[in-house]
Design a binder for this molecule. Sequence first.
Ligand code: GUN
Length: 294
Amino acid sequence: MTAILIDGKAIAQDLRANIAKAAADLSQQHGIVPGLAVVLVGADPASEVYVRSKSKAVIDAGMRSFDHKLPDTTSQADLIALIGRLNADKDVHGILVQLPLPDHIDSSVVLNTIDPGKDVDGFHPVNAGRLATGQRALVPCTPYACVLLAKRVHGSLAGLNAVVIGRSNIVGKPLAQLLLAENATVTIAHSKTRDLPGVCRRADLLFAAVGRPEMVRGDWIAPGATVIDVGINRVPGDAGKTKLVGDVAFAEAREIAGAITPVPGGVGPMTIACVILNTLRAACAGAGLPEPQV
Ligand code: GUN
């Protein structure tokens, strides 16, 4: 059996169109144009690419984008002062500080100064706590993307065995919480997990978020399982070029899985869509409005 390809690019386009419609309604009915401030410190080329695509997605959705590009010599105090101004700015509904930050800046200290109501990355401990306790929260965009993709395949995730490989604060832990909120039975696997292939073979839903190229092999996957690959790894390709691969050995996995995300074109485009979705959600929550339906 060859797996169904989960077309993250097409699904994200569809979601972005719905977000644009909801943003237009918000503007017409309440005079609110959602705005996202993206802060980039330094000139990491990968970060510059991400930041550009986020800003473009925001503008394409009819929202406002406020870009702040700071030199890598920026002090932690100056960065925190900028966040303070963005927290107070009525036109800014979402704030995203692109990671990684330069070594002389403590990311946790900086991220904890973002107003939790504007924290579109969902990294603030208040949002992590809200997610864990089932309250309305801004949730991290990559895990959010993963769950939306899994729901596209299954509708309901209730009762499914979900295995998440990776326990980072950005992906693994919040993904496990989101899956629990969807009533899945959740296992978090990591580098110390015994018999990782055996644990993975029990998964109806397998999420790979370890950052190790093609670590998950075809024979780790239960026949018919849904595989969501969060990895984006640059490896040597043909003719001295590089190529992007996921954390899953795609060619093997697609012969066994029931559905699988490609890399690129799977989780990545959906993550960008979730950044603008969170900006819309933050704008609605900030105005005391209900969750937008998109
Ligand atoms: N760098 C890599 N992934 C992310 C992310 O999800 N959010 C932010 N702010 N920076 C990142």
